[in-house]
Structures are given as structure tokens and as C-alpha cells.
Design a protein around this ligand. Sequence first.
Ligand SMILES: [Zn+2]
Length: 191
Amino acid sequence: MAEKKKPMEDDPIYLLMKGIKCQNCMDTNVAIMLHGPDRCVDCSAQKRQWSSAAIQLQQCVQMRLEKKQLVDKQALSLARVLTHFNVAAPLQLKFIIHYWKTEARLAKGTIALLRDEWVLPIGSLRNPPYGAYWINSAEQFRDWSRPYRAQAITQLVTLYRLQRQWYPRLYGQADFDFLNHINDELKEAMK
Ligand SMILES: [Zn+2]
């Protein structure tokens, strides 16, 4: 018979569960009910101080509900936990996979969903051991976003060089023609 596994002492979610005040909302005031997300009944009776990450999550969920956008339970469950993890100690991907019984590709997809569609400030490690965390300041956002900006710019420069060398009449040959085009396309995409 298989031996019953004890919770790993270094399991960050196990440690989090022991440390938080309210397991109903994971100290975020966002409860996951059968009918969907709602305010936490256990916490509403008491005056509680919410972390800035918890407040960001509350606002995000409220906005999605108002706009009648889907609030995926698994994504919300992960987001609530991530409010407790920061850049100094991110939640490693292996624990996300284990706790939510998922696989790496899907876990990364959920993190991307929280960032791309929910517009939550979720940072992630780009290299092993991989992991995710809540971005808690403008400085942290700058540090996290720097490689993404650099990557996007490198790709645009490559496109520009190819276009200039082989298809100079496509957008006009001058640098500003290319820049104007990118500017227009960016504006369109940002709408
Ligand atoms: Zn609560």
C-alpha cells in the first residue's frame, strides 16, 4: 500500500495556508462561491487591512463581473495565492503544477491569461526554476518588463532591416516611414 504522503515542509502553499487568517478568501476578500466570485462573508464582519495586491485583485474581479466577463475559477484561485508571493520569493512553477493538478503548459497559460486578459501585474521568471509573483511596485514592473521591451524592439529592428534590404518600397524607404507605420499599428492594437 502506498504510504500516505506528508505535506512537504518546504511547500510554499502549505506554509501559506498555515500563515493566512482566512482560508475562505486567502486574505484577499474574494471568495470563490458556487455562483461565482463574491465578497468574503467571514471577513466582512471584521475590519481587515487588505494588501495592495489583494485590492488590485478585488478591483479586477469586480470590473470583470460588471463587464460580464468570465472569471475562470482556476485562474482566480491562482491569482489569490499569487497575491502572497513577491519577486524575492516567487511561487515556483512545480508547486503550481502540483497544487492545481495541472501541467506546465496549462499553468503558464493561466499565468498569461491573468496578465494578458485580466491585466493583473503578474511577473514571471523567464528561466528555470520558473515561477510567478505579484509585481508590487513601479520599479519591479520596470525590471520585469525590460527584457520583454528589448525582445519586442529586437524583433522590430530585424523586420525593419529585412524590409529595407529587400522590399524598400513596401512601407517607404525612410526610417520614419517604418516608425510611422509601427506607431499606427500600435495605436490600433492599444484601442
Ligand atoms: Zn475572508
